[in-house]
Design a protein around this ligand. Structure first.
Ligand code: ADP
Ligand code: MG
Length: 213
């Protein structure tokens, strides 16, 4: 493992019955790097993110995040690993409906001062005491990004984070990811969005569970 490698996958495979979702995938992401992962529907992109997050065990292969293999951790330690080392962003923000935006951002911990800075930088200050259903999809998505970044994780896994957004919101989400990477964070982002691909340091393509650069 090179010293600034944050994510390392080796020989990663996963099948669901007859369906081979991932076939011998190896990749690494270094500190401060944004790697875009694209590929057709059903290629295995989301499965790859769930496997990295320790949410779904691989059939073969290893994954390490900051040198830690989540599958060597017990359930409680794996949950702690996920909250300390990882931030996750989805196409739908997946906010908790009865918590306001600031409470949602802080739900996994993190420094309240950093939460307020992120809320400010993502243009959500006037919305921070509102519950998610009072917000537009773009505002909810920005809140989801703030929640992923508030703990200063080593690695952010994002699954089509701009999939539902207009141009202006897409730019805000991209700027948030770019700033986080410039500060030393690493991003693996599943995307079809040309604007996200444009800011990536590296682009990978997954097809039928196999990776090509
Ligand atoms: P992508 O995100 O690239 O669209 P997915 O990772 O969601 O693709 O799925 C890859 C393949 O694995 C698909 O054929 C999908 O139907 C299958 N798959 C994903 N999750 C499951 C599951 N829990 N059970 C059965 N098959 C699954
Ligand atoms: Mg998917």
């Amino acid at each position: 493992m090179s010293e600034n490698e944050v994510l390392c996958l080796e020989g990663f495979s996963k099948s669901f019955g007859e369906v081979v979702a991932l076939d011998d995938v190896s990749l690494s992401v270094t500190e401060g790097e944004i790697v875009a992962l694209r590929g057709p529907s059903g290629a295995g992109k989301s499965t790859l993110l769930y496997l990295i997050a320790g949410l779904l065990a691989p059939d073969a292969g290893t994954v390490t995040v900051s040198g830690i293999d989540p599958y060597f951790l017990s359930g409680a330690k794996r949950t702690l690993f996920r909250s300390e080392e990882l931030g996750m962003v989805f196409q739908d923000a997946r906010l908790i409906p009865y918590l306001n935006i600031r409470e949602n951002v802080l739900v996994a911990g993190g420094d309240p001062k950093r939460a307020d800075e992120l809320i400010e930088s993502l243009g959500l200050t006037s919305r921070r005491t509102h519950v998610p259903k009072k917000l537009s999809a773009g505002e909810q998505q920005r809140a989801g990004l703030a929640r992923a970044l508030v703990t200063n994780p080593k690695l952010v896994l994002a699954d089509e984070p701009t999939g539902n957004l207009d141009e202006e919101n897409t730019e805000l989400v991209i700027a948030g990811l770019r700033k986080y990477a410039n500060d030393g964070g690493s991003v693996l982002v599943v995307t079809h969005d040309a604007r996200v691909i444009e800011i990536a340091d590296r682009i990978l393509t997954l097809e039928h569970g196999r990776l090509r650069a």
